[in-house]
Design a protein around this ligand. Structure first.
Ligand SMILES: *[C@@H]1O[C@H](CO)[C@@H](O)[C@H](O)[C@H]1NC(C)=O
Ligand SMILES: *[C@@H]1O[C@H](CO)[C@@H](O)[C@H](O)[C@H]1NC(C)=O
Ligand SMILES: *[C@@H]1O[C@H](CO)[C@@H](O)[C@H](O)[C@H]1NC(C)=O
Ligand SMILES: *[C@@H]1O[C@H](CO)[C@@H](O)[C@H](O)[C@H]1NC(C)=O
Ligand SMILES: *[C@@H]1O[C@H](CO)[C@@H](O)[C@H](O)[C@H]1NC(C)=O
Ligand SMILES: *[C@@H]1O[C@H](CO)[C@@H](O)[C@H](O)[C@H]1NC(C)=O
Ligand SMILES: *[C@@H]1O[C@H](CO)[C@@H](O)[C@H](O)[C@H]1NC(C)=O
Ligand SMILES: *[C@@H]1O[C@H](CO)[C@@H](O)[C@H](O)[C@H]1NC(C)=O
Length: 865
């Protein structure tokens, strides 16, 4: 039925301006005795009229406008209003009636409704026409945001700096100097000094400075005792929204209440986490607003739980936040994610015990040191740099429903943390589990697909699909960009593989037959066919790390007789292990996994054949650790020592790492295949590197052989040949001369014609690092030919081409010099240089240190280019 699609499909406008229509907007006013709305209407240039519509208001109420801000923090709102009233006023004690105010006086200032004795409500007015910007500080002992509003020829500053809770210095009102600076790096030379106006710590009085219209607002620098103290980039404040089932709350900034834009709710019952019934607090709405909760600020309800019609859900954000994640496999399975909300660090995720029936609570510690390979450390008492959430993490019993846990930590620099320790509080070993953190600056894992039109002379990208999975938010975002009309979309089972030379890249020989349509295809299909040239959609599924991972799947797009294809790939490096199979059977098994984290599904591709046989055989496959014993006797690789009885294809995380047939099914001979397998680490402590793949016959149970998994890397270079040879012949020739198997040699389908008679191809060979150096000794990368071969005579344009052959292309140099210079340095592998996954063919190899946010930036540049 078609009805499923709209449920999954949710149009998501990124970067949509809040209050785009500034001519009039309404702000709720909410206090114990006063409830209503103020409408702010733009009537002329810089002229605004305030009009009031009250549900409830004491007769003695008067209106004042004060030069201070009052963040919308429901818990301390009366106090925030009181503090605002202590600052200078623009007007005060006016009757509650239509009032005309200049925009420059209203913007960023606070309306206070009350009497000289008591305050009934207050609100800071942020005009939609003037974007709200902010810089935030977390430098001991000062923390908090500074909001900035650009007025016509002025800038208004709304400070909210505080001392950290455990500050031991004297707390008085401290004044600090500040400046707008071009760059935080050389702040000493700041030239845009503020004209003698100081900021107060613990003061929310606004500053307004005359700047002229052309001031650039890049960074905000603060000085203490005349020395640079902290510097922070000035960014636009984006609205925040969170959702759970039909509920969706939106808050444009920290100066207004949260509004429900989802299903109408009579009450919000919020709990710390779903199992913590004692913490349940009801919140009542005021029209569409929930004035007693906030998404911004230290008391955010993000990631807390809400009970809707007796079912409990986590309130997850629908916007990105920097985060870091960690996965556990045994004896506790699950994922923890740490999220930087800018005020706090929030711990969220799910943990399940594989052995216990009952739920338990565990203490979680975040450490700046990496997790050791063996014993997990006991930091509880003596790690002063660690952050601890005592007894917060629920570990549900083995058969319980999943529960989202939450823990709140004080702010720390998430990017500097390296590992997480979960104290299981068991009385026997293991007492704790620990694992390394993966930091995601953009809050997301990212894979992308570039669908190319392959012809012998070009491989133009006609569409790109970028998938961002937000581990904390538990959804994925799909960004589609197309440059051509597309009328059909199919998923195919295998990645585009340039080592397949028997047919074109988008043919069935290469990408396999049409796959049974996965659920995500419905969304991508609709977006690609009917969406705008660029569109973003949200899917409530984990499309990268989840069970329906689209990693390694290809899309075949077409319109009339044009075909475009590409594969979902990480833009960053992946680790690759290859076992070559020879003897009775021939072929290979290749495993690859995103290098940064070991908890992403591993892509396995294989091709195994029995020479002179066309029958399909089923083979059992396992990974074994062979030391002194024979291959047959070797034990299945099981570093966690799990009981094999619980293992099944439905619970792959409860299997021995090496028990591949149970986790992913038997493998077959004859055809090239591709699958993705979870709980199969290719790097790190539990890596299957240098272990053996054991194949056995499923009919006789006899072991056929064991084949070692070796780390392999790519090197890419250009090869110039006479044009009269087929791709398949060239691959065979290269295989023969370099002593490689065909699967190790990828030849770009498109070539460059040189002179009348020659073509140059880009070749990527896959080999162990040591052998790559040998290969590049046999092959002369600079001259694009084997060293022992004579120069080619390419015909007419010879002069022209010989001058270009002396200038070496960027990729060629890098690939070769890297392999020579760092033959043993696996961390700088050149696998990123494969041109099939990058968007432009002349790109430099991707460095492994490249962060995903930068990668995303590059991709988005490519998208909008
Ligand atoms: C502001 O910048 C614009 C364009 O760069 C320039 O034409 C204008 O003269 C500048 N105004 C001032 C006051 O510097
Ligand atoms: C809750 O129940 C009401 C009526 O019983 C129903 O209309 C609504 O859709 C339900 N909401 C959810 C989220 O199940
Ligand atoms: C964590 O990372 C460090 C290096 O960064 C590595 O030596 C260590 O083995 C890793 N620990 C685990 C448990 O993977
Ligand atoms: C948008 O897509 C259409 C085909 O669907 C194409 O003709 C047009 O050039 C594209 N526009 C841009 C700006 O790429
Ligand atoms: C396959 O058949 C060829 C010719 O019939 C023979 O020379 C070769 O030894 C056979 N290979 C195997 C592995 O049986
Ligand atoms: C393998 O055999 C050698 C010699 O017999 C012995 O010294 C070594 O300890 C054995 N290793 C293992 C892991 O059993
Ligand atoms: C192979 O092993 C399975 C399970 O251990 C067993 O059921 C089957 O009978 C065995 N087959 C042969 C031919 O030994
Ligand atoms: C291809 O062309 C070259 C030079 O023109 C010639 O020497 C060679 O024999 C040709 N090879 C084939 C297979 O036709």
């Amino acid at each position: 039925m078609r009805r499923a699609a709209p449920l999954l499909l949710l149009l998501y406008l990124t970067g949509a301006a809040v209050n785009a229509d500034d001519s009039a907007f309404t702000i709720p006013l909410y206090g114990e005795k006063l409830k209503g709305f103020v409408t702010v209407e733009n009537v002329a240039d810089d002229q605004y009229v305030l009009s009031f519509k009250m549900d409830e208001m004491p007769d003695d109420t008067r209106l004042s406008l004060h030069m201070s801000s009052a963040p919308y923090d429901s818990g301390v709102m009366p106090e925030n209003c009181r503090r605002a009233r202590k600052t200078p006023h623009i007007f005060r004690n006016q009757p509650i009636e239509d009032t005309t105010v200049q925009g420059s006086q209203l913007s960023g200032h606070t309306l206070i409704l009350g009497t000289p004795e008591s305050i009934y409500a207050c609100t800071t007015v942020i005009l939609g026409s003037q974007p709200l910007m902010a810089a935030s500080f977390h430098e001991d002992p000062i923390q908090g945001p500074i909001h900035i509003i650009r007025l016509k020829d002025k800038v208004r500053i709304l400070p909210d700096l505080k001392y950290i809770p455990h500050y031991e210095g004297t707390i008085g009102v401290e004044f600090i100097d500040w400046a707008f600076v071009e760059s935080c790096e050389n702040a000493q030379n700041s030239n845009q000094n503020a004209v003698g106006m100081e900021l107060g710590v613990d003061s929310r009085a606004t500053l307004t400075i005359e700047t002229g219209v052309n001031i650039s607002l890049f960074n905000f620098q603060i000085f203490r005792n005349g020395k640079p103290f902290a510097c922070s980039p000035i960014v636009n404040v984006e609205r925040r929204s969170i959702k759970a089932a039909g509920l969706k709350l939106v808050q444009p900034h920290y100066y207004v209440a949260a509004r429900n834009v989802g299903d109408k709710m009579d009450q919000l019952k919020i709990r710390e986490d779903c199992l913590d019934v004692a913490t349940e607090t009801p919140h009542s709405p005021f029209h569409d607003y929930f004035p007693t909760v906030s998404i911004f600020g230290p008391d955010t309800i993000m990631f807390k739980s809400v009970v809707l019609n007796t079912t409990c859900h986590a309130l997850r954000p629908t916007f990105p936040l920097p985060s870091a994640m960690v996965n556990f496999f045994h004896p506790t399975v699950g994922r923890l994610v740490l999220v930087d909300t800018d005020d706090r660090i929030i711990l969220t995720g799910n943990l399940r015990s594989l052995t216990d029936k009952d739920a338990a609570r565990a203490t979680v510690q975040i450490s700046p040191k990496p997790a050791p390979s063996e014993e997990c450390p006991l930091y509880l008492d003596d790690c002063t740099d660690c952050f601890t959430v005592p007894d917060a993490a629920i570990i549900v019993g083995k058969d319980d429903d999943a529960v989202s846990l939450i823990g709140v930590l004080p702010y720390f620099k998430l990017s500097e943390m390296r590992s997480v320790i979960v104290d299981l509080q068991w009385t026997e070993e293991p007492f704790r589990v620990c694992a390394n953190l993966t930091y995601l600056p953009g809050g997301a894992l990212q894979v992308s697909l570039a669908a190319r039109r392959y012809t012998p002379v070009s491989s133009k990208t006609m569409a790109t699909v970028v998938v961002l999975e937000y581990p904390a938010n538990e959804y994925s975002e799909v960004v589609v960009n197309k440059r051509a009309e597309i009328s059909a979309v199919e998923a195919h089972a295998r990645p585009v593989d340039m080592a397949v030379t028997s047919g074109p890249p988008c043919g069935d020989q290469n990408i396999g037959s049409k796959a049974r349509a996965p659920q995500w295809l419905q969304i991508i299909d609709a977006v690609i066919k009917h969406g705008k040239n660029t569109s973003t959609y949200v899917v409530d599924d984990m499309l990268i790390s989840g069970a329906n991972s689209l990693l390694g799947t290809s899309l075949l797009l077409s319109h009339e007789s044009d075909y475009y294809c590409g594969t979902f790939r990480f833009p960053q490096e992946t680790n690759r292990l290859v076992a070559k199979i020879d003897g009775e059977l021939t072929g290979y098994v290749q495993m690859s996994q995103y290098a940064m984290t070991g908890d992403i599904p591993t892509e396995v591709s294989y091709s195994i054949t029995r020479p002179n046989s066309t029958e399909t055989e089923f083979l059992q496959w396992e990974i074994v650790s062979v030391t002194n014993e024979t291959c047959e006797e070797a034990e299945v690789f099981n570093p966690f020592k799990v009981e094999s009885t619980v293992c099944s294809d439905e619970k792959p995380s409860q299997c021995a790492i090496g028990d591949l047939s149970t986790k992913a099914g038997d493998i077959t001979t004859g055809r090239k295949q591709h699958l993705s397998v979870i709980n199969l680490p290719v790097s790190g402590v539990r890596s299957v590197r240098d272990k053996m793949v054991r194949l056995s016959s499923t009919t006789t149970n006899e072991t056929i052989g064991c084949y070692r998994l070796l780390l392999m890397e790519d090197a890419t270079f250009t090869w110039m040949v006479y044009s009269n040879q087929s791709l398949i012949a060239l691959q065979s020739l290269m295989a023969q001369r370099l002593h490689l198997e065909h699967f190790q040699i990828a030849l770009e389908y498109n070539r460059e014609l040189v002179g009348g008679r020659c073509s140059s191809y880009r070749v990527t060979v896959l080999e162990s690092n040591e052998r790559l150096a040998d290969i590049l000794f046999i092959f002369d990368v600079e001259n694009k030919k084997f060293r022992e071969d004579a120069e080619l005579i390419c015909g007419k344009q010879e002069e022209l081409t010989s001058s270009t052959t002396t200038t070496v292309g960027p990729t060629t140099t890098t690939a070769s010099s890297k392999a020579y210079l760092t033959p043993s340095d696996t961390s700088t592998s050149t696998s990123g240089a494969t041109t099939k996954s990058s968007t432009t063919t002349s790109q430099q190899p991707v460095k492994s240190s490249r962060s995903s946010s930068i990668a995303l930036g590059i991709l988005l540049c490519a998208l909008y280019w």
